[in-house]
Design a binder for this molecule. Structure first.
Ligand code: GAL
Length: 136
């Protein structure tokens, strides 16, 4: 598990770039943008190798919300990838290997409460870079 925090808020403005690869026999991994209150997940990005699909969701008030899926699945076991996720005031934007694959409209109202990013489960991380991309 990898977790990094940015107490002044990650969204909007910051970009994360994860480089890594899934091990052979990977089931799934997750990138979660967490809020500093109430165990909220503002954005759950969940590539599932078992389904060859990406499931995205939020977790608020102890419940998963409406799933948004992306049938584009540019991952393979032991194939290096780069995922970039950044947000503007409207959406999270996801690029994989420099190609935009999806966006996810913000569900958390106060974006400044999104302060942590977490990477969990079946992924070997080479690097995780967090940089300020836009100034708000
Ligand atoms: C559930 C799964 C969670 C999360 C959620 C997203 O079925 O157990 O880990 O991925 O779906 O909607």
């Amino acid at each position: 598990m990898f977790e990094a925090s940015c107490p002044d808020g990650l969204c909007p403005g910051w970009s994360i770039v994860l480089k890594g690869e899934a091990p052979s026999e990977a089931n799934e991994f997750e990138i979660n943008f967490l809020c500093d209150v109430d165990d909220r997940i503002a954005f759950h990005f969940n590539p599932r190798f078992t389904e060859s699909g990406i499931v995205c969701n939020s977790f608020m008030a102890n419940h998963w919300g409406q799933e948004e899926t992306c049938s584009n699945f540019p991952f393979g076991a032991e194939e290096p990838f780069q995922i970039e996720i950044y947000s503007d005031s409207e959406n999270f934007h996801v690029n994989i290997d420099e190609t935009k694959i999806m966006q996810f409209k913000h569900r958390v109202e106060d974006l400044k409460t999104i302060t942590k990013v977490q990477v969990v489960n079946d992924v070997n991380i080479s690097s995780l870079e967090i940089t300020k991309k836009h100034f708000y």
